[in-house]
Design a protein around this ligand. Structure first.
Ligand code: PMP
Ligand code: GLU
Length: 408
């Protein structure tokens, strides 16, 4: 059977694939520890559940306006205005079925075939594939020092006549890095100087540790109103643990939002009405939920940093936000895919290979699950990789023997 070449060439989402693998193994009764996850374990905020239930009880669940329920758009606009100190109107907000469609619609709105999109590496797995689907060419930029924040010179050097857009994702999935104010400000300035759109994916903005805040791109923009080139993407998936409700949004100039709205209207109609009323209730009533989640995650981050430090050869730049970390395993095993498969096979611990994020030699390890899973997961990884640890370990109700010399 012949399918479209572009579609056939798409990679599946490594993060979603590994979620599915973890769920399947768990269902088969395997003693799985899922350190590959991308969603907080906590249930949705009570106000969100209540609002969804009230709508369902009425039984009248219909299409909403394509750009979203007016009250939700207004609430998002008001919160953006308050947070970034920029006048923001309802017409500058588009609600979508999760942040993913907002990103995709932004790419389709901006790119002509062959246009280039520049973004720092490591990057979230879906950016390159979404850029390609929208007809563009992904151009990742790696930090020269092997760190997680590229220099502005290197970003500028990656721009060509075909560059139309940049993506900046801070706090960053997968590294947990929060880009410095200097970098964010310089990227905004660069985009505005060169007439590029800047997609600022700030979906983890509120999940930042140690009293820091994540510099938001909109704070540094000197263009406003219809001239604005920043497309802010956010949503309830991460900060409220509401991944399954499928509600995200974009905030951008009226013209960009209008065109993105046409794309959504012709392909997806609108986000679910149930999800939208739930998102509205969460945004209006549940700010303490986000703070509690943030504090919990910081505690688990500390635990992860402490536990990982006990594995010889593993190097970690402690994450400053999100619920991901990107430890460097290259001194133990240079190739992340076989290493991740090896750990799954011998320890039943799920991780995501760094290769899928443009960061070979690393594994993405999440700490969005229970604290006990972080400790147990790292205990098993240490047993598998550290030859000086005891040969035997017990998990899943039986004793396992380390009977290999080197991991991969
Ligand atoms: N951006 C980043 C950086 C993400 O990690 C995710 C994870 N899902 C998304 C966007 C998409 O979020 P959503 O589930 O709301 O589509
Ligand atoms: N964004 C999360 C992750 O990176 C969820 C899965 C996905 O949408 O990719 O794991």
């Amino acid at each position: 059977m012949r399918l479209a070449k572009l579609a056939e060439s798409l990679a599946d989402s490594a993060t979603l694939r590994l979620n599915a693998t973890a769920a399947r193994l768990k269902a088969e009764g395997e003693p799985v520890i899922h350190l590959g996850g991308g969603e907080p374990e906590s249930p949705a905020p009570a106000a969100a559940v209540r609002a969804a239930r009230e709508l369902l009880d009425k039984g009248t669940v219909k299409y909403t306006a394509t750009p979203g329920i007016p009250m939700l758009r207004q609430t998002i606009a008001s919160q953006v205005e308050q947070e970034f100190g920029r006048p923001t109107k309802q017409a500058e907000v588009l609600v979508t079925a999760g942040a993913k469609p907002a990103i995709y619609a932004a790419l389709v709105a901006v790119l002509d075939p062959g246009d280039e999109v520049v973004f720092p590496s490591p990057f979230w797995v879906s950016y390159p594939e979404m850029v390609r689907l929208a007809g563009g060419v992904p151009v990742p930029v790696t930090a020269v020092d092997g760190g997680f924040e590229p220099r502005i010179e290197d970003i500028e050097a990656a721009l060509t006549d075909r560059t139309r857009m940049m993506i900046l994702n801070s706090p960053n999935n997968p590294s947990g890095a929060v880009y410095s104010e200097g970098l964010v400000a310089a990227v905004v300035e660069l985009c505005e100087r060169r007439g590029l759109f800047l997609l600022a994916d700030e979906i983890y903005r509120r999940l930042v540790f140690d009293g820091r805040t994540a510099p938001g791109a909109l704070c540094y923009s000197r263009e406003s109103g219809d001239e604005g080139r920043v497309i802010l993407v956010d949503g309830v998936s991460k900060m409220f643990g509401m991944t399954g409700f499928r509600v995200g949004w974009a905030v951008a100039s009226r013209r960009v939002i209008e065109v993105m709205g046409n794309i959504i209207g012709q392909t997806m109609s609108c986000a679910s009405a149930v999800g939208q009323v739930a998102a509205l209730a969460a945004l209006r009533e549940e700010s303490s939920y986000v703070e509690e989640l943030r504090r919990d995650l910081q505690g688990r981050r500390d635990l992860l940093v402490r536990e990982l430090a006990t594995i010889p050869g593993v190097r970690l730049t402690p994450p400053a936000g999100t619920f991901y970390s990107m430890p460097d395993f290259s001194a133990i095993a240079p190739a992340s895919e076989p290493l991740s498969a090896f750990l799954l096979q011998h320890t039943r611990v799920v991780t995501v290979p760094g290769k899928d994020f443009g960061c070979e030699g690393h594994l993405r390890i999440s700490y969005c699950g229970p604290a006990a899973d972080v400790v147990e997961g790292i205990r098993r990884i240490r047993w598998a990789l550290d030859q000086s640890s005891p040969q035997e370990i017990e998990f899943g109700g039986r004793v396992h023997v380390r009977d290999w010399d080197a991991p991969v």
